[in-house]
Design a protein around this ligand. Structure first.
Ligand SMILES: *Cc1c(COP(=O)(O)O)cnc(C)c1O
Length: 389
């Protein structure tokens, strides 16, 4: 008999009833150190008092009115994002997948309005993940996501990750946009080198192709800058954000330049819930905290500490671990065993991690994890690796 919850996940036999900072607690009181943060979502940890206050204050006033009306909290968060980034305009969604859908629509509409309706192709990359809608799985093209769900949305050109020559060769008069994660998350914490991101920007400038960055996982302070592309000194035309922006409350956004968004006039897109007062009140508090230079400096300091400890861990377990990669607090441990085995061994040591493709174990702790918790986390990972030796 089918489970009452549609069985699309292989869930661990763990169930948490409360959380505090980087810790999660089960009903029997056992505590787990959380290096997954709800898959890069809880950037300020669990039950963060500042976010609880923002949420409850708004909850007592107004939850939802729809986008038929002005929403002050949405306006405020949009202004903050415009102020802090390349963007001139923002559309709010409830998830990363919905942000992907709008990014795709926006790029196609842009060329339609420019009088080049043939320009609909979007270049994407092997190992990419943009969500689970029919459009987003077509964008990724990964066999395990698309198999059985055809016919797929046409218009995506899939290229090998990091092959800049292939990108140059793939651009045609039908190319609307390039869509890429500056650091692949699900694909195994694979950062695109700064030089390649710069080259992509230059190529887009030469050809007028729009550059869409998917920062759903690597954005919102995760890499030690507010957005990962800042490391390369470039800006996109369109950017997808979600996960961390709500600090655990469902919220996503598409940020764009005035030019890239020029086709999206009244009536061309919408969302019932997107940008509701509750989500935006929390998102604004997350932005106020995470976008602070002092906060981001701390992320970088802690990231250096964690990375150094992880290098030591790899050196101590050469039969289980192969190397560390990633940026900021978006780190991957390349494993010599199946990463799922490391995740399981971590459960036994009460430390939570997330597997990814390319044999990588993902570490995506809350950005406000403490130095002591980093020490404790590495001690637990050390014991987990010992179990597998
Ligand atoms: C998680 C993720 C998405 C999809 O976001 P959802 O909120 O799960 O819809 C898209 N792109 C990237 C890079 C992601 O990590």
């Amino acid at each position: 008999m089918i489970a009452s919850v549609l069985p699309t996940y292989n869930r661990a036999p763990l169930s948490f009833v409360s959380g505090e900072g980087a810790w999660l607690t089960e009903a029997d009181g056992s505590r787990y150190l959380d290096l997954g943060a709800g898959i890069a979502v809880n950037v300020l940890g669990h039950a963060n008092p500042e976010l609880v206050a923002a949420l409850t204050a708004q909850a007592g006033k107004l939850w939802h009115v729809s986008n038929l009306y002005q929403i002050a909290e949405q306006q405020r968060l949009a202004d903050m994002l415009v102020e802090a980034t390349f963007a001139d305009t923002v559309f709010f969604t409830n998830s990363g997948t919905e942000a992907a859908e709008l990014a795709i629509k926006m790029a196609r509409k842009y060329w339609y309005e420019k009088g080049e309706p043939n320009r609909t192709d979007i270049i994407t990359f092997e190992g990419s993940f943009h969500g689970r809608s029919t459009g987003a799985i077509a964008a990724s093209g990964a066999e395990k996501m698309v198999k059985g769900f055809g016919p797929l949305m046409p218009g995506f050109v899939h290229l090998p990750w990091g092959d800049m020559e292939a990108v140059k060769a793939a651009i045609t008069p039908d190319t609307a946009a390039i869509l890429i994660e500056p650091v692949q998350g699900e694909g195994g914490i694979r950062p695109m080198p700064d030089a390649d991101l710069k080259a992509l920007r230059a190529l887009c400038d030469e050809t007028s192709v729009l550059l869409i960055l998917d920062e759903v996982q690597c954005g919102m302070g995760r890499t030690g800058r507010l957005f990962a592309h800042e490391w390369a000194g470039i800006t996109p035309d369109i950017m997808m954000v979600a996960k961390g922006i709500g600090g655990g409350f469902p919220l996503g956004a598409v940020l764009a330049t005035e030019n890239a968004a020029s086709g999206m006039v009244a009536g061309t897109h919408g969302s019932t819930y997107g940008g509701n007062p509750l989500a935006c009140a929390v998102g604004a508090r997350v932005m106020e905290i995470v976008a602070e230079p002092e906060f981001l400096a701390e992320v970088n300091r802690k990231a250096a500490l964690l990375r150094q400890r992880l290098e030591g861990l790899v050196a101590a377990h050469p039969d289980v671990l192969e190397g560390v990669r990633g940026q900021g607090l978006m780190l991957g441990l390349k494993c010599k065993v199946a990463p799922a085995e490391m995740v399981k061994a971590g459960y036994a040591e009460h430390v939570l991690t997330v597997p990814a493709a390319d044999n990588v174990l993902r570490l995506l702790p809350p950005l406000n994890i403490t130095d002591d918790e980093i020490t404790e986390a590495v001690a637990r990972l050390d014991r987990a690796a010992t179990r597998l030796a």
